[in-house]
Design a protein around this ligand. Structure first.
Ligand code: 5GP
Length: 192
C-alpha cells in the first residue's frame, strides 16, 4: 500500500535494526484518514474470504481493525492483554510473549463474542516474531472458530513471524512489509 509506505518513510523512525517507531500515526497519535484507507485495503484483500468477524489485540490493532470491520460491515472483537476483575466469566486465556515489553502477558478473550464455526479475520498493527498472532490463533481454536485470514499493517519480514505463520498455513496479507531497516533507513519487500 503505497500511501502507507510513504507515511512510514516520512514519519516512521527505525530505532535500530529491529524496532520501528510509528507513534506519530499508528501507535500513539493516530492518522484516522490513513487508517480508513488501511481498512478499505484489508476489506478489498479479504473480500473473497467469507469472513464473519474481525478480531484484534488491544491496543494499537483497534483502529485498523475497526476501520476494516466498518468497511466489511462486520462485528469486531478485541482480545485483551490485561486481566480485569470484571472479566472473569467465560474467558479463554493463553500466555503470549510480548515483543515490546520483553515479558509474557495473558491474552484474554470472552468466549461469548466468538461463535463456534466463525471465520475470523485477525488484524494487528505489527508482526515481528508472530507470538501475538499464534496466541490469538490458539484462543480462536479454543473457541471453535477458524482463523481464515491475518491482516498486518506493518510486518518486519526479516523477523521470523511472517514466515512461521505462512508455513503454518495461515493466509497473511501485509500492507507494508519491511525487508530491512536500520537507524534512519527503511526498505520494503515481502518474503514468500
Ligand atoms: P510479535 O508478537 O509478532 O512478536 O510482535 C507483534 C506485537 O509487538 C505487535 O502487536 C506490536 O504491538 C508489537 N511490535 C512488534 N514489533 C514492533 C515494532 O517494531 N514497533 C512497534 N511499535 N511495535 C512492535
Amino acid at each position: 500500500m503505497e500511501l502507507l509506505k510513504q507515511k512510514i518513510l516520512d514519519c516512521g523512525r527505525a530505532l535500530n535494526d529491529h524496532v520501528l517507531l510509528v507513534d506519530s500515526f499508528l501507535n500513539h497519535q493516530v492518522d484516522v484518514k490513513l487508517m480508513r484507507e488501511v481498512g478499505r485495503e484489508f476489506a478489498r484483500l479479504f473480500a473473497d474470504a467469507d469472513i464473519d468477524r474481525v478480531v484484534t489485540i488491544e491496543s494499537s490493532g483497534i483502529t485498523p481493525a475497526a476501520m476494516t470491520a466498518l468497511e466489511m460491515d462486520l462485528p469486531m472483537v478485541i482480545m485483551k492483554k490485561s486481566v480485569s476483575s470484571i472479566l472473569n466469566e467465560g474467558i479463554l486465556q493463553t500466555d503470549v510473549f510480548s515483543f515490546t515489553k520483553n515479558a509474557p502477558y495473558l491474552l484474554t478473550l470472552k468466549s461469548e463474542f466468538i461463535h463456534p464455526g466463525d471465520r475470523v479475520l485477525l488484524i494487528d498493527d505489527f508482526l515481528a516474531n508472530g507470538e501475538a498472532c499464534f496466541g490469538a490463533a490458539r484462543l480462536l481454536r479454543q473457541a471453535g472458530a477458524q482463523l481464515a485470514g491475518i491482516g498486518i499493517v506493518i510486518a518486519k519480514a526479516f523477523q521470523p513471524g511472517l514466515k512461521k505463520l505462512r508455513s503454518a498455513g495461515y493466509r497473511v496479507e501485509v500492507l507494508a512489509p519491511v525487508s530491512r531497516m536500520d537507524e534512519g533507513h527503511i526498505e520494503f519487500g515481502d518474503v514468500k
